[in-house]
Design a binder for this molecule. Structure first.
Ligand SMILES: Nc1ncnc2c1ncn2[C@@H]1O[C@H](COP(=O)(O)OP(=O)(O)OP(=O)(O)O)[C@@H](O)[C@H]1O
Length: 257
């Protein structure tokens, strides 16, 4: 489904600040996989997501989606089939638009601007049904400006809007990191429910080890631009929190952090 082949990426090439991150990095993500990616700060997790979403160009290597080479495709084009939910709840929606308008925008992604906020009665009913699944009462607030919602409510809405239209891949970029523990748990449960119901192929970057171990069928740990743990299925089920913490400790001793 998604393949990264021999990706190379160096920042500040040819300067004193040159830093090589990816050296012939490979990754294959099968359809319906749910990968949780963990790793210390600066290990390359966000850059990996940026490479997949086309937010940054690679120096060499290929990004293939369903066998098509999308390496040179711009990020806004890729967003037609790659959905991304960010850490900052404010990034996933437009604050001056209502809930309804935000949903219509997401639903009409890729259409000419004039039509993007258009909604009819049947669509309103459909959007209300989606919102009811959040159990946050947002279905009764569809005309409220999104800027008036709490971070958790906005993130819940971002989960709904990002999965309204069919996508090949859902990217969760530390999407619970800015939320209090209870809200983070709720959003994670909601996320999992959506992933299961819609069979979404998912890549989740998180610093929450509990989530990384409990959710997903594959676990990857990154370090200095490499995948140093990559387990799936039963092997992943057997991974203990203590083992992962030990690996983090080894890494910090190695790197002197
Ligand atoms: N646009 C950029 N320009 C220069 N260096 C960058 C850029 N993006 C990332 N880097 C560098 O690449 C390395 C990996 O960064 P990245 O943000 O991918 O790490 P991360 O694993 O997501 O970290 P964190 O957990 O702190 O979010 C870091 O050394 C970072 O400074």
């Amino acid at each position: 489904m998604l393949e990264l082949q021999k990706i190379n990426k160096t920042f500040h090439k040819g300067t004193v600040n040159e830093s090589v991150l990816f050296r012939d990095f490979n990754l294959t993500v099968e359809k319906d996989n749910f990968i949780s990616i963990i790793g210390s700060n600066g290990s390359g997790k966000s850059t990996l997501l940026n490479v997949i979403c086309g937010t940054i160009p690679v120096d060499s290597g290929k990004v293939l989606l369903r066998g098509n080479d999308i390496t040179k495709m711009k990020d806004f084009k890729r967003s037609d089939f790659i959905a991304r939910v960010y850490q900052d709840p404010a990034k996933g929606s437009c604050p001056s638009f209502s809930i309804l308008e935000n949903m219509a925008l997401a639903d009409n992604k890729g259409k000419p601007y004039l039509f993007t906020k258009a909604v009819n009665k049947s669509k309103i009913d459909e959007y209300r049904t989606h919102l009811e699944q959040l159990h946050l009462g947002l279905e009764n607030r569809i005309h409220d400006k999104v800027g008036n919602l709490s971070g958790g409510q906005r993130q819940a809405l971002a989960m709904i809007t990002s999965t309204l239209t069919p996508n090949d891949i859902l990217i969760l970029d530390e999407h619970t990191a800015a939320l209090d523990p209870k809200t983070a748990d709720n959003i994670m449960e909601l996320t999992y429910d959506l992933i299961k119901r819609k069979n979404l192929t998912t890549i989740m970057v998180t610093h929450n080890l509990k989530f990384a171990l409990s959710y997903g069928n594959r676990l990857m740990m990154m370090h200095q631009g490499e995948s140093i743990i990559d387990v799936s299925g039963e092997e992943k089920e057997r991974v203990q929190l203590s083992e992962v913490l030990e690996r983090f400790n080894e890494i910090s001793i190695e790197t002197g952090n």
